[in-house]
Design a protein around this ligand. Structure first.
Ligand code: CAO
Length: 454
């Protein structure tokens, strides 16, 4: 191993150019072309690459030192090459007395990059490639930096900062430098990016988080006849609520099918008796009871996340919101204390509340206090849908139309009435495993209505 002194190569007509960055440390292993220091003249910043591979032994220059061609940069411990100099040394060493500013010749002067500095633009780099195809230093120096064609004045920035801005896709000419003599630092590039991001995001409407990019306002009449229909009050309110929930709540929807063959049989048997009482018992009353059983088992579903996300407010009451379709839009009244009410009572209350909802006779109190919501589209049809959580509740059950399906049981297919369930939940509060447990519990409860009594 031999110690070689690495010197500043031919950098054109520049004298006393300041070192703005030392890119290696003592002990670093460098390859041929590894940048060692960055110089910055009035015209350009340039990396000085290593002419040889080896280990950095001693760094001679420091930031703000002024260097010229031949100034020592560092000593490099390199493998012996077998080449001998005139005086029998294997190479120039730290003791070499060759004048620093005037190397004897290209062959014996161990100049960094064999007389070229590395410029920063791709075209400049190509023009100034410092090694031959084999990676060996060229014997003839390439043109000095000031002879290289330039597209325009270069901003003051080290190649590493320019590389950084290129990686981010930023035109460095737009960045204002805060360093000495207006030099652009890495921090300047980062601040520029932060400012652009901030400017790109319109002012938040609610004070929470950035607003969304706007959907373009298009004049559709240019394509054909249109009619502009004003939205009613309920539709507008619903739009705000649903949008808010959609944006705030990370939704997951868990699907399940419940075998309600027996339950439906039971319900039909009750019909006559129910009619005598003047009530219509629909599946929904049973669904509410089954949901209460599941909420008791999994209390996190009957909860709300406190603002700030620090605590979960778990409700000890069982009030269930029911999505009711009205000509004016969707309304969700709450049926209170479902746990304390029987099927007939619930059926009666459901009938009453849905009627009052459609007649627009609900009081504000009717619309408050739910801890969990059911949205049943079973009376209309459809196989599945993904309901939106009625925040700040954490879950909602979507129910689609039950259908007779062939179900494989005990070695044969049997016709069973299968009810599609879709549980959407707030994934901040409920884990996927609990989401699945909840619907499995619910489906078991519906399969065997006796469980609802437990
Ligand atoms: N599968 C198959 N049939 C069903 C069913 C289901 N899941 N649910 C109801 N039905 C059928 C029943 O056959 C029932 O008839 P009978 O009891 O006379 O045999 C009939 O539909 C009654 O349905 P209904 O819709 O009038 O009554 P309900 O208690 O099931 O529902 C209410 C009441 C208020 C929830 C419902 O009328 C309603 O408005 N649903 C729409 C809710 C909505 O818009 N949700 C979307 C919100 S967006 O997430």
């Amino acid at each position: 191993m031999t110690a070689k002194e690495i010197k500043v190569p031919d950098i054109g007509d520049f004298e006393d150019v300041p070192v703005i960055e030392v890119l290696v440390n003592e002990g670093d292993t460098v390859a041929v072309e590894t940048p060692l220091i960055t110089l910055e003249s009035d015209k350009a910043a340039m990396d000085v690459p290593s002419p040889e591979a080896g280990t950095v032994q001693r760094i001679i220059v420091g930031v703000d030192d002024k260097v010229s061609r031949g100034s020592p940069i560092l000593t490099l411990e390199v493998e012996d090459s077998g080449e001998q100099t005139e005086d029998g040394d294997l190479s120039r060493t730290e003791d070499d007395s060759t004048p620093e500013t005037a190397p004897k010749s290209d062959a014996d002067a161990v100049e960094s990059g064999t007389g070229q500095a590395r410029a920063d633009t791709e075209s400049e780099r190509e023009t100034k490639a410092g090694t031959s195809d084999t990676g060996e230093p060229r014997s003839r120096p390439t043109p000095p930096l000031d002879e290289i064609p330039r597209k325009g004045p270069m901003p003051h920035a080290s190649p590493s900062v320019r590389r950084f801005s290129r990686e981010l896709g930023i035109d460095i000419n737009q960045v204002e430098g805060s360093g000495r003599k207006g030099r652009i630092l890495k921090d300047d590039v980062q601040s520029w990016v932060k400012n652009r991001i901030h400017e790109a995001a319109p002012a938040p409407a609610s004070g929470e988080g950035p607003a969304l990019p706007e959907i373009p306002d298009i004049d559709f009449s240019q394509f054909g006849e249109v009619e502009v229909v004003p939205l009613g009050r309920i539709k507008k309110l619903t739009a705000v609520n649903l949008h808010r929930s959609w944006l705030h709540v990370p939704h997951v929807t868990q699907h399940e099918e419940a075998d309600i063959t027996e339950l439906e049989e039971f319900r039909r048997k009750l019909k006559e008796e129910a009619a005598e009482r003047g009530v219509r018992v629909t599946l929904l009353a049973f669904l509410m009871k089954a949901c209460v059983a599941a909420l008791r088992e999994y209390p996190r579903f009957n909860a709300s996340l406190e603002k700030g996300g620090e605590n979960l407010v778990v409700k000890k009451y069982y009030n269930i919101g029911i999505a009711v379709d009205t000509p004016g839009g969707l309304v969700v009244p709450a049926i209170r204390n479902v746990d304390r009410k029987g099927i007939y009572e619930l059926a009666e209350e459901l009938g009453d509340v849905s009627q009052r909802t459609r007649d627009k006779k609900l009081s504000p109190n009717d619309l408050q206090g739910a801890g969990f919501t059911i949205s049943s589209l079973g009376g209309i049809g459809g196989t599945a849908f993904t309901p939106i959580v009625n925040a700040p509740e954490v879950a909602i059950l979507g129910v689609s139309r039950a259908q007779m399906k062939p179900v494989y049981q005990d070695g044969e297919f049997v016709p069973r009435l299968m009810l599609p369930l879709a549980l959407s939940y707030d994934h901040r509060v409920v884990d996927g495993a609990d989401g699945a447990r909840f619907v499995v519990f619910l489906s078991k409860a519906l399969e065997d209505a006796r469980r609802l009594l437990l």
